[in-house]
Design a binder for this molecule. Structure first.
Ligand SMILES: [Cu+2]
Length: 123
C-alpha cells in the first residue's frame, strides 16, 4: 500500500460505501473523488454485463461497451492486474473483482507488469 497523502481523509470517507462487496484492492490514495462516485465496488453477480480476463498477454476482450449502471467483472488471472488510467478502479495481481459504472465515460486500464491495455466504454 502506498503512503497516504493529504487527501487521504476525504478519500477514506468516500470509500466507506465501497467497503461492501468483493474488495478490489482497496482505495488508491491518488484516486479522484469523482472517480470513486462513478465506479462502485460491488459483489460479482451471476451474469455481469461484461467480463475481462487475460488471454496470452492481452485482455480479452480488448474493448467492451456497457450501459450506465452495468456491472463489469475483471478477472486478470495469475500474474496480471488491472489499473485504471485515472485510478478509478484497481484489481490486484490474480484478483477477481466487480465494479458498477454509474456514469457515461471511457476507461482505459492496463496491466502494471506487462503494460497491455484494455478499454471499457460506458454509455
Ligand atoms: Cu500482465
Amino acid at each position: 500500500m502506498r503512503k497516504l497523502g493529504p487527501h487521504s481523509v476525504l478519500v477514506s470517507l468516500l470509500a466507506i460505501p465501497l467497503a461492501f462487496g468483493c474488495s478490489g484492492g482497496g482505495d488508491d490514495s491518488s484516486a479522484a473523488p469523482d472517480a470513486n462516485q462513478d465506479v462502485v465496488s460491488v459483489t460479482c453477480p451471476g451474469a455481469p454485463a461484461a467480463t475481462f480476463v487475460t488471454s496470452g498477454f492481452a485482455y480479452s476482450p480488448t474493448t467492451a461497451t456497457v450501459s450506465v449502471g452495468d456491472i463489469v467483472e475483471f478477472h486478470p488471472g495469475t500474474g496480471h492486474d488491472v489499473n485504471d488510467a485515472n485510478n478509478a478502479f484497481h484489481v490486484g495481481l490474480g484478483g477477481d473483482a466487480c465494479f458498477q459504472f454509474m456514469a457515461a465515460d471511457s476507461y482505459t486500464f492496463h496491466c502494471s507488469i506487462h503494460n497491455f491495455e484494455g478499454t471499457l466504454n460506458v454509455q
